[in-house]
Write a new protein. Structure first.
Length: 430
């Protein structure tokens, strides 16, 4: 490992203690390394603007930072145990190539400042991806709601057959859900879209840093003004980002549960494309819906990441090393959550309904609610109508069809009035 910036003369660094302090920093910082390089280039520009760097020094630093990024992408530079973390690796590389000019890159910064801006840039990218995926998933659901609006589908409450529903209603529900998920991700992106670069370890520095310039150079919407709040927001913003992701993975978990049931032999409502299933390692007669089962499990990882960060935040104001652990949480939470969400649009676009099984599952009792409501409309008090319909549930379907039940479901948003144009307008506004 290269010399530590903070190492004091005459003090021996214990290797075991240093391994504990470093934790997984080097491995995790591979995820944020390019963002750290990007922020370092902006910081160098700011230093040149206040006279810390010359124009030639800035040019050489930016050239070497760009080369380091290229080498990292190509595998020519590996972030490994030679370095304490990604930030020290950048400084070591620049010092090796540029001498004193490379040593100046850390002027006015702390390692906390570096990880804070790198992870903030990373979170912006991930939240934008959540918003885009929400939009893509909602688009598939809207298209299929229009195409299959009148296809009868059993409706369940308490996992019991309840009423006649439709594929149009099922799809419309997911369309609206993922529109909301996209909105929440975009709103959270607006929250975190502020620049902490130049706040150092939470108290600023005795330099007139050009923070307005770095804010613009890094594409942030605004500057995070207070250095103390920059520290207070670390963990808080990560938690908000995971909550936005969690909105989408919660919906993913519930749609995966539907598909888990609907693809079972007991239901038989849905056929999945073969690439979404795997063969059993011991039972040659079956295919397993592993993809949707792992989708169903994904929210657990997001929830675990959220809990980990929430437990870190029982701290007083100021920077604390505890917050180092927030990097791993967002890495694992977003890594698993986005991987699952990215598979969902194609899965939804390609699943097939088995219409014969859908119709066969609609029994007479599922019309009982229609019978009760019709009697109430005719003037029978609903409690009496309800009791009469319950008593005759076995014959409630006589003379009725799923199409008739759906056509009569005229409340706003129900099968006969899906209001897909309203959902379309919300989708277009995303």
């Amino acid at each position: 490992m290269s010399d530590l910036l903070w190492q004091k003369p005459g003090v021996t660094v214990d290797a075991g203690i240093q391994r504990f302090l470093a934790g997984d920093d080097v491995l995790l910082d591979r995820e944020f390394f390019l963002h750290d390089i990007q922020a370092s280039a902006a910081h160098a520009e700011g230093l040149q603007r206040i006279g810390i760097l010359s124009g030639d020094e800035l040019d050489s630093l930016k050239r070497e930072l760009a080369q380091l990024a290229d080498d990292f992408r190509a595998g020519g530079f590996v972030l490994d145990e030679r370095y304490e973390d990604g930030h020290s690796a950048i400084e070591a590389r620049l010092t090796e190539r540029l001498g004193d000019a490379g040593r100046k890159i850390h002027t006015g910064r702390s390692r906390n400042d570096q990880v804070l801006v790198a992870t903030r840039l990373w979170l912006k990218e991930k939240l934008a991806r959540v918003a885009r995926l929400g939009r893509e998933i909602a688009r598939v659901a809207l298209d299929r709601a229009r195409a299959e609006r009148d296809l009868p589908l059993p409706g369940y409450t308490h996992i019991q057959r309840a009423v006649v529903s439709s594929a149009g209603m099922w799809w419309a529900g997911w369309a609206e859900a993922f529109i909301d998920d996209a909105v929440r991700a975009a709103d959270t992106l607006k929250l975190v879209d502020c620049n902490p670069l130049g706040t150092a370890a939470g108290y600023g520095v005795n330099l007139g840093l050009d923070r307005e310039h770095t804010t613009q150079a890094l594409g942030f919407a605004r500057m995070q003004v207070s250095p103390i709040y920059a520290q207070l927001s670390r963990g808080k913003f990560e938690l908000a980002a995971l909550e936005a992701l969690g909105s989408a993975t919660l919906d993913l978990r519930r749609i995966a549960w539907d598909l888990s049931l609907f693809t079972s032999a007991e239901f038989g409502f849905v056929a999945l494309p073969s690439q979404y299933t795997t063969g059993s390692s011991i039972m040659p007669n079956k295919r397993n819906p592993d993809v949707i089962e792992l989708m169903r499990a994904t929210h657990a990882s997001v929830a675990a990441a959220r809990t980990e960060i929430e437990q870190l935040l029982s701290l007083p104001s100021g920077y604390h090393r505890d917050l180092q652990a927030s990097k791993g949480a967002i890495f694992h939470g977003f890594g698993r959550g986005l991987a699952a969400l990215e598979l969902l649009p194609a899965l939804l676009a390609n699943l097939e309904w088995r219409e014969a099984q859908l119709r066969a599952a609609i029994d007479s009792g599922m019309y009982a609610t229609d019978v009760a409501v019709e009697a109430a409309v005719a003037g029978v008090p609903f409690r009496e109508a309800y009791k009469a319909a319950a008593a005759s549930a076995d014959s409630a379907g006589q003379g009725r069809t799923p199409e008739g039940s759906l056509a009569a479901r005229v409340s706003p948003g129900a099968a006969a009035d899906l209001r897909l144009d309203e959902l379309q307008a919300r989708w277009e506004a995303l």
